[in-house]
Design a binder for this molecule. Structure first.
Ligand code: HEC
Ligand code: HEC
Length: 305
């Protein structure tokens, strides 16, 4: 158990567990031994509210034996199952193994269903309503927390429904993204650009690429500095899918629009990570998901507009 940083923690927890069970037993024994000297009428002698008296009967036998039985049971349980510090239990049961067995079983049960999808091209799968219903559910469970339930993303999380791609929008590229994850990394570029004023000028040049409102004098001054950016974003600013460098000419902004956002990008850079899903999803699920995501911005062949 990785939660225990040192073996002494495990011993400590195991000791506390056994001690608290024994304490229950001692409590029972002490209370059974204690004789209460009360009045002769089988009460403790306490009187409350004038005439309410406390009876002095022994605890029922069956109740006491049940108490003892639960204590005996707890020791049997602790031998069989994990419960004493990091001791795994004689039966070798673990919640993780049980969970994995359940996932395996359901994957096996669903294999024939998925087989009909994996046998077909993603473009065709995107036109199959049953596959798309499954794709939508997979998306809700695994992707919506970052990309939004409508897949339209938010700041820092790309919109997957707009046909604009950082890493490529073919079903193969999308599957590759889901499987292995992606990292988009832009280093801080201010030093390569020059002064703070130069940085603002390049930002206005970038804005001019998409015909966004900009200061044309600054844009003209910033143009020559854009060579520092061209290695990744291309001379024309149209981006490079192999590097995940976005197209700066299409007025689609992942990290915010306007001079301030772009200046911050140039000064600070950005590392943006899409986590790999290969360990969480089967190949068949990834196939269906890639078809689903592709279908959000493409019309599958044979379907009506
Ligand atoms: C923890 C958040 C997170 C989760 C969960 C997540 N993504 Fe992403 N995803 C991102 C980020 C961030 C990026 C952008 C990476 C970059 O900037 O290069 C991204 C990028 C992508 C891209 C590439 C977009 C492009 O324009 O090329 C695709 C496709 C994608 N995700 C699909 C999915 C799918 C399908 C799932 C569910 C199986 C998923 N993502 C789950 C955060 C997430
Ligand atoms: C080493 C490659 C590299 C260089 C050099 C580079 N960038 Fe980037 N840039 C990227 C990547 C990759 C991203 C996407 C980051 C992400 O995935 O979130 C990006 C994102 C951006 C964005 C955000 C786009 C959006 O949609 O919000 C802007 C603006 C930008 N870069 C401008 C510049 C400018 C201006 C320069 C030159 C001063 C520059 N970049 C140099 C790789 C680069």
């Amino acid at each position: 158990m990785s939660d225990f940083i040192t073996p002494s923690w495990s011993l400590y927890v195991a000791g506390m567990t056994v001690a608290s069970i024994l304490a229950c037993l001692i409590l029972l024994w002490l209370t059974a031994r204690k004789k209460i000297v009360g009045a002769d009428d089988n009460t403790t002698g306490h009187v409350f509210d004038e005439d309410i008296r406390e009876g002095n009967n022994p605890m029922p036998r069956w109740w006491m034996w049940l108490f003892v039985a639960t204590i005996v049971f707890s020791f049997g349980y602790l031998v069989a199952y994990p419960g004493l510090g990091s001791y795994q239990g004689e039966l070798g049961w673990s919640s993780r193994a049980e969970y994995e067995a359940e996932v395996d079983r359901s994957n096996r049960e669903l294999a024939p269903l998925y087989a009909q999808f994996t046998a077909r091209k993603p473009e065709e799968v995107a036109g199959d309503p049953q596959a798309m219903a499954i794709g939508e559910r997979l998306f809700m469970n695994n992707c919506a927390q970052c990309h939004g339930s409508d897949a339209r993303g938010s700041k820092g999380f790309p919109n997957l429904a707009d046909g604009d791609w950082l890493h490529g929008g073919s079903p193969q590229k999308i599957a590759e993204t889901i499987k292995g994850g992606r990292q988009g990394a832009m280093p801080p570029m201010a030093a390569a650009v020059g002064s703070a004023d130069d940085v603002r000028n390049v930002a206005h040049y970038v804005l001019s690429l998409s015909n966004s409102p900009h200061d044309s004098v600054r844009a003209q001054l910033g143009k020559s500095k854009f060579t520092a950016c061209a290695a990744c974003h291309g001379m024309d600013g149209k981006g490079n899918a192999a590097l995940g460098a976005p197209n700066l000419t299409d007025d689609v902004w992942l990290h915010g629009w306007g001079e301030q956002a772009i200046v911050a990008m140039i000064n600070n850079g950005k590392t943006n990570v899409m986590p790999a899903q290969a360990g969480k999803l089967t190949d068949a699920q990834i196939h269906v998901l890639a078809s689903y995501v592709w279908g959000l911005s493409n019309r599958p062949p044979g379907t009506k507009p």
